[in-house]
Design a protein around this ligand. Structure first.
Ligand code: SOE
Length: 383
């Protein structure tokens, strides 16, 4: 057990935001972090009010000032959680890494590949943690699925089908001026050049890569905006080729009427297939070639990686917040090791990192290029 709770700061996530509150719950769930400082909004009054609501003692009006002030304190923060709109991820992360503070950042990593690569380099130079919160890799059964593939239970992978469907942007809600989420996520100056692609396409891409252990070598893609006047894509579809000969498809859409948060993956190998549905994360389907579909449940799989990511006994559903908390738990293990100059604990190594973020940005770049060229096949720059 840790000797003390790690001190966490937060940038972004003030009133009206969604993901900041999720990070706060996730960070506190396993009692490894206490939230002590924040620059929760660029509006000083809102920052102060948001910090008070979240029980955060030190509120800053400016994240640059927060990085300096916290680095100078004996009881300054160990890590910062960055939950701002995408365009601020790189500048904020740079300031905190420069100040010697570990970083936990929401996805996508940055708004360009160059920014992402610079962050990866800086984190390595400073020897600081840079965790990227690809939530869905925190599920016990996602981790178990990865292990099944790694142990050869599926044979050679042939087909990867991944989709992420939501409907919350099916109408032009960003024009109301009152929906903060929709406002920044559909504004290219804040979200970057990728809309649905960056917001949820990167989750689908990361999930497929995490479970299969493979990233595609090339793709053919189309980005589309269904909602008239929308300045950014709200739908993406891609075909994928892998260097082992496997083929895949990835589509993500935020205009899929009726879909809530339907992130689904199917992987077919020469010996068996598996299927995972994020909306039912306590089960995983495994079906051998010519055999009967098997429903694996979180509480019953014999798996150390799943056990490490589990909190309550079999039959008691765990979900999104626990998956998110798992990333914070693994981050805490790594921060403690880094602070003590020790090797990272083996059980924490499935934590998604800045390199996963860079891979996501390479995917975004290839999709943007292919879509602009009417779906021409484009290489995905190797990592
Ligand atoms: C909105 O589309 C959103 O909140 C994403 O930004 C998150 O990353 C995803 O986990 C849920 O949906």
């Amino acid at each position: 057990m840790p000797q003390r709770r790690l001190r966490l700061g937060m940038v972004g996530g003030g009133q009206g935001a969604f993901i900041g509150a999720v990070h706060r719950i996730a960070a506190r769930l396993d009692d490894r972090f206490e939230l002590v400082a924040g620059a929760l909004s660029s509006d000083p009054q809102r920052a102060q009010a948001s910090a008070a609501e979240a029980g955060i003692a030190r509120s800053y009006a400016d994240w640059g000032e927060m990085a300096h002030a916290e680095a100078a304190r004996d009881d300054g923060i160990d890590a910062v959680a960055i939950v701002t709109p995408n365009h601020l991820h790189a500048p904020v992360a740079t300031a905190f890494l420069e100040a010697g503070i570990h970083v936990i950042c929401d996805k996508p990593l940055a708004i360009s590949l160059a920014e992402g690569e610079a962050l990866a380099k800086l984190a390595r130079e400073k020897n600081k943690l840079f965790a990227l919160t690809h939530t869905y890799s925190g599920y016990p059964l996602v981790r178990h699925a990865r292990e099944l593939v790694e142990n050869g239970a599926l044979g050679e992978i042939r087909v990867v089908q991944v989709e992420y469907a939501q409907d919350w942007l099916a109408e032009p809600i960003e024009t109301s001026g009152t929906n903060k989420q929709a406002g920044w996520r559909t504004d290219p100056s804040l979200a970057g050049p990728a809309g649905c692609l960056g917001d949820i396409g990167t989750h689908a891409y990361q999930l497929a890569a995490f479970i299969t252990g493979m990233t595609p070598s090339s793709l053919s893609a189309e980005l589309h905006a269904f909602v008239p006047g929308r300045r950014i894509d709200d739908h993406v579809q891609t075909m994928l080729r892998y260097s082992n000969g496997a083929r895949g498809m990835l589509w993500a859409s935020q205009v899929a009427s009726g879909a809530e948060n339907a992130l689904r993956l199917r992987v077919y190998g020469t010996k068996a297939s598996l299927a995972f549905d994020q909306e039912n994360p306590n089960e995983l389907w495994f079906t051998p070639l010519g055999g009967t579909a098997g429903r694996l449940t979180r509480g019953r799989v014999k798996s150390a990686v799943a056990a490490h990511a589990t909190r309550v006994p079999q039959g008691h559903p765990e979900g999104y917040l626990e998956a998110f908390a798992q990333l914070y738990k693994d981050a805490a293990l790594q921060i403690e090791a880094l602070n003590a100059g020790q090797p990272l604990p083996a059980e924490s190594l499935l934590l998604t990192t800045v390199d996963d973020g860079v891979a996501g940005l390479r995917f975004i770049d290839a999709v943007l290029a292919s879509s602009a060229a009417e779906g021409q096949w484009r290489p995905i720059e190797p990592g």
